[in-house]
Design a protein around this ligand. Structure first.
Ligand code: DGY
Length: 325
């Protein structure tokens, strides 16, 4: 008998067909109130779940006594209680690697947009207010040759370092759990303590996962260490930052600008003070959002789920302790 899969994210026809060939699939296209009610109805029969952007807490998962595996279409796994999943021996997998380069591209897009005031000046042209040559009031800051500070030197941090070092001649400094000799060698990157990095970098880029240790890592004290010409970039998770402290730092001129792809609450509220500031570039959590990468993520998640449901170890198993060996 085919296993039951609940899909709470619509995939391409190709990936849907792969799932349908191996499993009975219930598709929940939208996670609105109706979709959530359908999810709760489907959970008691589910052997596998596949989707993203939904907090799957114990209360929901307790509705799924036969659940064997969850394939998250994301690299971040902050929506899951890993300890609880491991206790129940539910295999959690994610989609690393396939999104690394695209997410680093997004990081660099934010660096360039915030430093060169791309959105603000493009909006000025669109509004018909470009009526003379630009003067200092509209000048931006150089990117090439400036110091790139990366907090969290995982795969995405490394891809960002590559862009900065090889493409823009930027000295790279970084902070992470442990020094990364390979990155130091390839990109001449130098390890710094967090406070040193905050004081020395022109661009301070967050690429670290959200965990109990990193939640609100960057708050009032951290912003106070940054310099008035610093530009703050977040492509990790909004909750790594105390957003009220960020707003205050921007208001007080403690930092020059921010490029933000992630927020404490998503979607970002239209009345957020961040959206009133010309020196903030805000994008809608689009780090991995290209046709090619989202398809690669979907394929990876389907591979992971089908392997788990066939009793094989998924290539991207997150909670290794849940594996039967
Ligand atoms: C990821 O893959 O974690 C992206 O941030 C999308 O959530």
């Amino acid at each position: 008998m085919k296993k039951q899969v609940v899909l709470y994210k619509k995939l391409s026809p190709l990936q849907m067909a792969r799932l349908h060939a191996q499993a009975e699939v219930t598709l929940i296209e939208r996670l609105d109130a109706d979709g959530l009610a359908r999810l709760r109805d489907a959970l008691p029969r589910a052997h596998g779940l596949l989707g993203a952007s939904l907090k799957l807490d114990a209360e929901l998962l307790d509705l799924a006594p036969d659940l064997e595996a969850i394939a998250s279409v994301s690299v971040g796994v902050d929506n899951y209680d890993i300890e609880y999943l491991t206790e129940r021996r539910i295999l959690l997998s994610n989609t690393p690697d396939v999104l690394t380069e695209t997410t680093a591209d997004t990081g660099f897009a934010l660096i360039l947009a915030a430093a060169r005031r791309v959105v603000e000046l493009a909006n000025m042209v669109r509004a018909g207010s470009w009526n003379r040559n630009l003067g200092p009031a509209h000048f931006g800051s150089d990117v090439h040759g400036k110091t790139l500070g990366i907090i969290g030197m995982g795969r995405i941090g490394e891809a960002l370092a590559q862009r900065g070092h090889c493409g823009f001649g930027m000295p790279v400094i970084y902070h992470s759990n442990s020094p990364k000799p390979a990155v130091e060698q390839r990109f001449n990157a130098q390890y710094r303590s967090l406070s040193e990095l905050l004081q020395q970098a022109d661009f301070i880029c967050l690429t670290l996962p959200l965990t109990a240790e990193t939640e609100r890592l960057i708050g009032t004290e951290a912003f106070a260490l940054m310099r008035p010409q610093s530009i703050f970039i977040n492509i990790s998770r909004g909750k790594v930052v105390d957003e009220a402290a960020l707003i205050e730092a921007l208001r007080a001129g403690q930092i020059r600008a921010a490029g933000l792809d992630v927020f404490e609450r998503e979607p970002l509220n239209y009345d957020s003070p961040l959206l009133q500031m010309d020196n903030v570039v805000a994008t809608p959590h689009m780090g991995s959002a290209t046709h090619e990468t989202r398809e690669a993520m979907a394929r990876c998640a389907v591979d992971n789920l089908l392997a788990a449901l066939a009793g094989e170890r998924p290539a991207n198993l997150v909670n290794r302790a849940a594996w039967k060996d």
